[in-house]
Design a protein around this ligand. Sequence first.
Ligand SMILES: *Cc1c(COP(=O)(O)O)cnc(C)c1O
Length: 429
Amino acid sequence: MPVTTPAAPVPAPSYSSSGPVMPQDFDSLLHQDPEVGSILLAEADRQAGTLQLIAAENFTSPAVLAALGSPLANKYAEGYPGARHHGGCEQADAVERLAADRATALFGAEHANVQPHSGSSAVLAAYAALLRPGDTVLAMGLPYGGHLTHGAPGNFSGRWFEFAGYGVDPDTGLIDYAQVRALARARRPKAIVCGSISYPRHPDYERFRDIADEAGAYLIVDAAHPMGLIAGGAAPSPVPYADVVCATTHKVLRGPRGGMILCGSGLAERIDRAVFPFTQGGAQMHTVAAKAVAFGEAANPRFALYAHQVVAHARVLASALESEGFEITTGGTDTHIVVADPAPLGVEARSARERLMAAGVVLDTCALPYGDARGLRLGTAAVTTQGMDEDDMTRIASLLARAVRGEDDPGSLRAEVGELTEHNPPYPG
Ligand SMILES: *Cc1c(COP(=O)(O)O)cnc(C)c1O
């Protein structure tokens, strides 16, 4: 009788609305390597016991963590399914095909490359596929929310390409499309990049496409932040407009740390070769498996509900912070991101962040679209995964305002944070 090897079962999407449960305890690791084990335990405590408002972070499901901790972590799989440089890649092939199929179905794209190690690696590969060193690229300027890969002097992008930066209208905080068009006409870029680390509104992808067509430029959308909102139908999709969409899988999308690229079939081969062998070696197959799990979860209607809640929560947070005296860039948000200027409270952003840290609130500062001062960047992806609701957002805004003003002592603020997180543990049980 022929022996058939069944395909390895891929963990079924199992995110429940009551919240994920930690799949493994740390007991065995604590026993084997107390030094590392105790650090990981302390990190789990930190994540559970403080308020996670970093806009780029989220809590992955136990199924995603299980895939990350699976034996695929041991497997070398250079190349692509059906064309590997190593033997024994049957299950690696199966899981990569599944991840790519789920990604193309989820986002309505013709082709998906799920191998990029990170969002930056995805952008590097997109540039490698479409550009030559020295080419001109038009992207959002770093002072307005452009990412490091959009021309920062210390990044490969700033070193190898000529970047021109567009900005936002200083009064409205919104992308100045007339300026984008004028810069595209004047500089004739080979590619236009649309994407940001702190822009709280939806870019007008159709307008970017139009400007790119007029300039004869590729349109690369770096959707690292909104990709999860796009998956859940809570933000417009760039897929119909962009030549290439780059993204992370670990932000609102709630998958493992990693990157992905979507494109039309016409660019598929160039993108694939730009990822491997041009910019990467062997893919991290345990991460690819975890991406497949995350795409499966994101295809569930519960994820659409989540994505819409994330935006609703950000809107409540923005308006409550405004009532507390913060100035909110663009006057609000369409996404998970809120950028709040603490200047009206008489406190500069870096010291505001320190006061918030002392109170157990974790967030970032970011550039403001006007002046030299920085603002506070907040996101609602993680707290929404924890199960917090709109009332909690109002409580958080009040807590933030009191912490920044320095009115209440950090101890009592920490107790308030503890109450919020105790009611909404990221990994109950
Ligand atoms: C987060 C982000 C990236 C990079 O992601 P990494 O995984 O940290 O490399 C790239 N572009 C934008 C716009 C981002 O927000």
